[in-house]
Design a protein around this ligand. Structure first.
Ligand SMILES: [Zn+2]
Length: 163
């Protein structure tokens, strides 16, 4: 029997609490999540629907935390983040990409993906399912993250044109 892959320990709720961020649910939110900062205090609003989707909630909460950690003092405006499966379509904003990668690196660390690669020699649909269950995120998010890592040469075989 093979040994289990290490379970990532990142818990966005714990991080939000440690940062003193109020996390609330809004039913009328035009997006899945929203981050704003007022007088140094961070607020995160999540769409009420996310209460029924634990995996997606983890991703959106971590994404909003990314704005909190990365974009302090950079933007005074609020971040309203994405329709459902926004990682598949919304790739036009630099700050949104930064927040999304911040979230992904913590929810699904590259070291974990490497370990899976070493074990299985490839990441196919089966491995995506296993990783998604282990890290408690939607498979579509994981698929985006793997593509993003491959596009940037973080994952996969890299070779120069001259070998
Ligand atoms: Zn965002």
């Amino acid at each position: 029997m093979r040994t289990a892959l290490p379970t990532p320990t990142f818990d966005p709720d714990q991080v939000a609490e440690a940062e003193g961020i109020d996390v609330t649910y809004w039913g009328e939110l035009p997006s899945l999540g929203l981050y704003l900062r007022v007088g140094g205090q961070g607020f995160i609003a999540l769409h009420r629907e996310l209460q029924q989707d634990k995996g997606l909630r983890r991703v959106v909460l971590a994404h909003e935390l990314g704005h909190h950690m990365l974009h302090v003092g950079v933007f005074a405006e609020r971040f309203a983040c994405g329709p459902k499966q926004y990682w598949a379509t919304l790739r036009t904003s630099h700050v949104e990409m930064q927040a999304e990668r911040w979230a992904a690196e913590r929810l699904v660390p590259v070291t974990l993906i490497h370990e899976m690669c070493m074990r299985c020699c490839q990441i196919g649909p089966e491995q995506i399912t296993e990783l998604a269950e282990l890290t408690d995120v939607p498979e579509s998010f994981l698929t985006w993250w793997l593509e993003d890592l491959r596009d940037r040469g973080v994952l996969g075989v890299s070779s120069s044109p001259h070998g």
